[in-house]
Design a protein around this ligand. Sequence first.
Ligand SMILES: C[S@@+](CC[C@H](N)C(=O)[O-])C[C@H]1O[C@@H](n2cnc3c(N)ncnc32)[C@H](O)[C@@H]1O
Length: 271
Amino acid sequence: MAASPGNRPISPTSSSAPSTELTTDPADGPTADQPRRQRVLYGRRSGPGLRAAQRERLTRLLPRLAIDLPDAGAIDPGALFTPERRRVWLEIGYGGGEHLAAQAAANPAVGLIGVEPFIDGVARLLAQVEAQELDNVRLLVDDARLLLDRLPEASIDRIFVLFADPWPKKRHWKRRIVNAETVARFADLLVDGGELRVATDDPGYRRWSLACLLGEERLDWCVQGPEDWRERPPDWPPTRYERKALAAGRRPVFLRFRRKSRTAELATSAE
Ligand SMILES: C[S@@+](CC[C@H](N)C(=O)[O-])C[C@H]1O[C@@H](n2cnc3c(N)ncnc32)[C@H](O)[C@@H]1O
């Protein structure tokens, strides 16, 4: 993906009350006197206009699926779903939601949490949730880092970050959603043997992501050979940005990392 959707910061809102309000304050993140909840997002929060049916779905369906983050304390992701859904997967920045909807349909025993601040993307996902009658999807319409801060250790079975905005300019690198801090958080949140999937078509972001991921010693890269990271696994549905990349002649990479066992970590630290 050559360009990100925009570069104006977006004011945060409550998870269940999406807003299109834009701020003009380009603060790069929370400061000491700024609570985490007031994270500033970058990129578009809404497009040129939602159709009436999309607006209606947002009003009717989103309140039922939206995760309402409390102001403090951890949330139990399993409690968002019916009790038989013991495994929870998390997709960050799902865009139009085609991957999330396909995974939810293919894995009815799994609870899928999607986090996406771009309201047009949320509207597109809701159309698929309704058409496919998916009842294993919950959504946060906000900055994913707000949720990462609230989830307990070892509570997520799989995390997807697919074709995240690459922020190619050096002065914008701190905006990248894959960074040493979030990767460490992913390692905290994944269960033993849980999987982190990252895709990108941007060479700079690929190098950056690999450096962050390989620097996290609690994760193992599941790579079999020099070519397999170029092939999307069969249980990994394609996304709109993958199609855009291929159409533009850019070949994506599909990175899979597995969370190491905590028992092995304890044994190593006791040595
Ligand atoms: C380039 S798009 C990729 C969309 C989709 N994953 C795909 O492959 O088609 C990146 C998405 O990440 C979302 N995003 C950006 N910052 C985010 C954040 N802090 N938390 C959650 N999503 C974010 C954007 O709104 C956008 O929809």
